[in-house]
Design a binder for this molecule. Structure first.
Ligand code: DQA
Length: 149
């Protein structure tokens, strides 16, 4: 791990690869590639290094969280639907003890009742909801302020 620059793993869960196509009235018309560009630009402006990874598979996300130990100083996680179901992702976050900020494009607190519970929140140092792409920048800023000052 480079100790001078904060290195952040940005992890995105299932169906986020379909941004732009999926429920555009909720998630907007910008694509996943647009989101990646936005995150890379934001990381550069904040002086952070970032790696972005998306998977539709719970176990792959668990593997990536486990492998992040000793490599990344912080995690930005949009676990998408697994937010509401995955004890395995929660346990992985607890195991690695890497400061994690949870992000959701939409405001899960004002959507269907089943979206209002988040397992990820139980391990996250902060949660940013309902701010679209800007939520990812805010999450990286929170990590930078918390970890570098
Ligand atoms: C989401 C909200 C989740 O409830 C949903 O399953 C997603 C996206 C969001 O970014 O708003 O896939 O995490």
């Amino acid at each position: 791990m480079n100790r001078d620059i904060l290195s952040i793993l940005v992890l995105n869960g299932p169906n986020l690869n379909l941004l732009g196509l999926r429920e555009p009235e909720l998630y907007g018309r910008q694509t996943y590639a647009d989101l990646e560009d936005y995150i890379r630009r934001s990381a550069m402006e904040l002086g952070c290094a970032c790696e972005i990874y998306q998977s539709n598979h719970e176990g792959v996300l668990v593997d990536r969280i486990q492998a992040a130990r000793g490599v990344y100083g912080g995690i930005v996680l949009n676990a998408a639907a697994y937010t509401h179901t995955s004890v395995a992702i929660l346990d992985a976050l607890k195991a690695v003890e890497i400061p994690t900020v949870e992000v959701h494009l939409t405001d899960i607190r004002s959507r269907e009742p089943f979206r209002q519970h988040s397992y990820v929140s139980l391990a996250a140092i902060a949660t940013v909801v309902g701010k679209g792409f800007a939520g990812y920048r805010e999450a990286m800023e929170i990590l930078r302020n918390r970890l570098i000052g």
